[in-house]
Write a new protein. Structure first.
Length: 449
């Protein structure tokens, strides 16, 4: 039997943030979500999250994650005190307890798997993850022999100068024999620089303690301040790009682009410089994104091109060309082979196949059929100051330059709207609609020169 506990009750004082530390985002997922994900392979019987500082906010953020037990730690008197809160909920539990610091977000699932399997085969009462760091400042130091047996962990601030030279550091990830841990937990004392109960002190109390050194020390980066948050973001971004390059995505200037965990790319996608993808994005084969674009929570088909544009919560069909300088807003649904050109904004609208909105338009709350040609500067006037209204344009219709379609309004199929028209009434199939003043000519107006 395995239980996983994530320590997420701390305030994160060094972040100087109103947000609890474990809710800080990294590449589109919070620290605590990442930590939970690192234990996903293990399929634990129990998953407990120790919350305290802004507990409700943390619980709310994780409400969608099923099967989590929230355990309240109030006040937050150290990592040992945090784990003491498990004595009651795990009263009858027998097996291993995997403890994960909520602020160590880069751990790979395989590393955690290895820790647990080493623990099971060695028969130790606790096995912890360590790393040799070039700069171990701030981390607890692990004192171990050549066979990997650990005698103690001493926090950086409690170390002597001599002890600080030891660069074997504690990652904050432990696999305990729960029964043995439960026996020593009540014996912890606050006899240290911070006056807190340290989980790390249990290690010296457990007869056999072992450590497993990680191959890649970057994995065990703990986040205590904004500098470390930024470093981890850089590392995660690099990991994501490397992953997608291995899957057949080209990055023209990798370091200038950012991705989120929720992105999925087809083959031969090209990502041009200064392009950023956030949230959940699904990008079809052979699409070309950027330069200079922001794509968030969007689904793009095959062979889509997006240049210098923003696409948010929109769905874009195959072969569509977007931009330069277009803005697709939430619930824009663009059919196959459409063209959304310069300075065009589309919101909550469906654009049928092979339609073109090439220049300077606002299309909001509208439904455009197939092969519609929207002339330069056409505006759907969807808002009367109180309510939003719909515009419907049938297949094969054309609007002239600078048309205003005052919604609610319906234009049939193959309608032609004369340039400069302001239309307020529905137009039947095949009609020409003019809605502008007739041109007057007054000759010799200028008088003799
Ligand atoms: C801890 C370890 C240190 C290790 C480092 C790795 C201890 C005493 N020290 O130090 O050996 O090298 O992590 O990153 O454990 N938390 C609670 N309740 C509390 C206090 C903290 O839930 O009362 C949570 C925090 O939210 C955080 C985690 O425990 O997720 C670690 O706490 P933090 O204060 O950051 O510990 P470090 O000083 O980094
Ligand atoms: Ca920490």
């Amino acid at each position: 039997m395995l239980a996983v506990a994530v320590l997420a009750a701390g305030k994160g004082t060094r972040m100087k943030s109103n947000l609890p530390k474990v809710l800080q985002p990294l590449a589109g997922a919070t620290l605590v979500e990442r930590v939970l994900a690192s234990a996903r392979n293990l399929k634990p019987e129990r998953r407990l999250l120790i919350v305290g500082h802004q507990a409700e906010r943390v619980e709310q953020q994780l409400s969608a994650v099923g099967g989590l037990e929230f355990v309240l730690q109030q006040p937050q008197n150290g990592t040992g005190h945090a784990v003491q809160q498990l004595l009651e909920p795990l009263n009858n539990f027998e097996g291993e307890l995997l403890v994960l610091n909520g602020d160590v977000p880069l751990l790979r699932a395989e590393t955690i798997d290895q820790l647990v399997s080493t623990h099971r085969s060695s028969g130790a009462l606790v096995t912890l993850l360590t790393a040799r760091l070039e700069d171990p400042t701030g981390y607890g130091r692990v004192f171990a022999d050549e066979q990997g047996a650990v005698s103690s962990i001493i926090e950086h601030r409690d170390c002597s100068e001599e002890q600080r030279r030891n660069n074997l550091t504690n990652a904050g990830i432990y696999c305990f024999n729960w029964t043995a841990l439960a026996e020593v937990l009540p014996q912890l004392s606050t006899d240290n620089d911070q006056g807190e109960l340290y989980l790390t002190d249990t290690v010296a109390m457990l007869a056999k303690a072992m450590h497993v050194e990680v191959a890649d020390p970057d994995e065990v980066n703990g986040i205590n301040n904004r500098q470390q948050l930024a470093q981890c973001e850089t590392m995660l971004q690099e990991r994501l790009r490397q992953h997608w390059m291995a899957e057949g995505v080209t990055f023209v200037d990798p370091a200038s682009c950012t991705l989120s965990e929720g992105c999925q790319f087809g083959r031969d996608v090209v990502i041009e410089p200064q392009t950023h993808l956030r949230g959940r994005c699904l990008i079809g084969d052979e699409s070309r994104l950027g330069p200079g674009s922001l794509i968030e929570d969007a689904e793009l088909g095959r062979g889509v091109s997006v240049v210098m544009s923003v696409v948010r919560e929109a769905t874009v069909g195959d072969g569509v060309s977007v931009g330069p300088y277009a803005h697709l807003r939430p619930a824009a649904v663009i059919g196959n082979n459409c063209r959304i050109g310069n300075f065009v904004e589309v919101k909550k609208s469906t654009v049928g196949e092979a339609s073109k909105v090439n220049h300077l338009s606002y299309i909001g709350d509208a439904e455009l059929g197939a092969s519609v040609n929207v002339g330069a500067g056409t505006i759907t006037a969807n808002y009367d100051g109180v309510n939003k209204h719909r515009t419907v344009i049938g297949d094969g219709s054309k609007t002239g330059a600078n048309s205003v379609l005052v919604a609610p309004i319906q234009l049939g199929n193959k309608v032609t709207v004369a340039a400069g028209s302001t239309l307020t009434k529905n137009v039947p199939d095949g009609a020409l609609a003019l809605g502008r003043a007739k041109q007057l000519i007054k000759e010799n107006w200028a008088g003799p020169s």
